[in-house]
Design a protein around this ligand. Structure first.
Ligand SMILES: [Zn+2]
Length: 415
């Protein structure tokens, strides 16, 4: 069975390489760093993970497969942070509610069918208090001013709670309460809200969600859930270490470097990691402040972006053009990919960057697992094993594989 699984994933991996979807860190990289993260764990925790080493390794790529099952998945793997601001990205709230609130518009449809768009503006203008939010018309004029706390409560109760719904509809009565003084005279047929934030990626916010889920699973001593969430957490932490997961130019499409995403995170590790990288990175560390920790990973990744792009650009202009791309046979497929010499030149010029990011990822993954365990009170696991997966779990896995095999990615394709 395992052989079949490996063959299947091997084939699927190759198919992905040749088609438009490109797996992150490659499937190879995700599996490798999840596996190595196990060896950062302390004696109280390592037996649980060692016993399930194959599971932690194989399921490192589940989140990528889930991209084929739900449109909500893709955005969890990246954040195009340079869409919003420049380093250090002060305009992007680090808190999920604040970020979504800032970039969600309200649309008020009146009885004649006309729509008024309102954009909340948390930045105080002249003469306004920072405790107030302004609802502005599309032309920038002030429509209404609301206390920030009031707006946040409204947002949580009416919008945030329907994040996974297709449409965010708000009852006119709730909107009237929000606009208190404006009140009963408001001509309202319907109100809906529109998310302008998530499409540019929510990776650091999702890491916090995952950390909380994992901590809860540890508290409940739910071994199956711990393993599943740990494997998936490893995936997202891995993605956060990839510079090209933090930019709108995620595949070099804006700088005429299409394919650089897979070049950096799949091709290079596949060529060089096994023989040259040292994945023994020391011990997992307790994370005092997960939110800052996750954001720092993303910011560090982003700081490397300029080098990744400029080094490859420079190389592509000086390296013999006919020696940059080669055709390689893999099983039954012929794929076009960067030549080994060209890859080696890129790898050398980056001076250990890919290895360092993979090492950082290994340690960060171990640290998130370790932190969840500590926060849950360090429950003992040395005698516990994963139970057989439940029928519901098996069904879910089956559905995931089915969607994955169909191969229609929902959401962004190239990262
Ligand atoms: Zn991913």
């Amino acid at each position: 069975m395992r052989l079949i699984t490996i063959l299947f994933f091997g084939l699927a991996g190759l198919l992905l390489l040749t088609s438009l979807a490109t797996p992150k860190w490659g499937f190879y990289g995700h599996r490798r760093i999840n596996r190595m993260a196990v060896f950062t764990l302390p004696p109280g925790l390592i037996p649980l993970y060692k016993k399930n080493l194959e599971y932690i390794t194989e399921h490192a790529v589940d989140p990528d497969k889930r991209r084929y099952a739900t449109r909500h998945e893709a955005v969890r793997h990246y954040i195009d942070i340079d869409h919003w601001d420049t380093y250090p990205f002060k305009k992007v709230p680090r808190d999920w509610t604040e970020a979504l609130m800032k970039y969600t518009s309200l649309h008020l449809v009146d009885n004649l069918g006309d729509t008024m768009v309102l954009t909340p503006d948390p930045l105080p203008g002249k003469g306004e208090s920072k405790n107030y939010m302004s609802l502005r018309q599309p032309d920038g004029s002030l429509a209404w001013s609301i206390s920030k706390n009031h707006y946040r409560n409204f947002f949580k109760a009416n919008i945030l709670n329907q994040y996974y719904e297709d449409d965010w509809l708000i009852p006119c009565d709730s909107f009237r309460v929000l606009l208190e003084g404006y009140g009963s005279s408001l001509d309202c047929q319907s109100v809906f809200a529109k998310d302008h934030f998530s499409e540019y990626g929510i990776l650091p916010f999702h890491l916090i969600v995952m950390q909380n889920r994992l901590t809860t699973a540890f508290r409940q001593k739910n071994v199956n859930r711990i393993l599943r969430l740990s494997a998936e957490m490893g995936h997202y932490v891995g993605d956060a270490h990839v510079p090209l997961h933090t930019t709108e130019n995620y595949n070099g499409q804006l700088t005429d470097q299409i394919g650089i995403h897979a070049f950096w995170e799949s091709r290079l590790p596949e060529l060089f990691a096994d023989d040259n990288y040292d994945f023994f990175v020391g011990k997992a560390e307790y994370i005092e402040d997960p939110k800052t920790y996750f954001w720092d990973i993303v910011l560090d990744s982003h700081l490397l972006l300029d080098s990744v792009l400029s080094i490859e650009k420079d190389l592509s202009l000086t390296f013999p053009p006919d020696k940059q791309f080669c055709f390689e046979e893999r099983l039954d497929a012929t794929i076009r990919t960067q030549c080994p010499e060209y890859s080696a030149a890129f790898h050398d010029r980056m001076n250990g960057m890919v290895e360092q990011r993979m090492r950082d990822a290994v340690r960060a993954i171990g640290s998130t697992w370790f932190t969840a365990w500590v926060d849950a009170g360090q429950p003992a696991f040395h005698l516990m094993r994963a139970s057989k997966p439940s029928t519901a779990e098996l069904k879910e896995r089956e559905a995931l594989e089915k969607e994955f095999k169909k191969g229609v990615s929902k959401g962004r394709k190239h990262e």
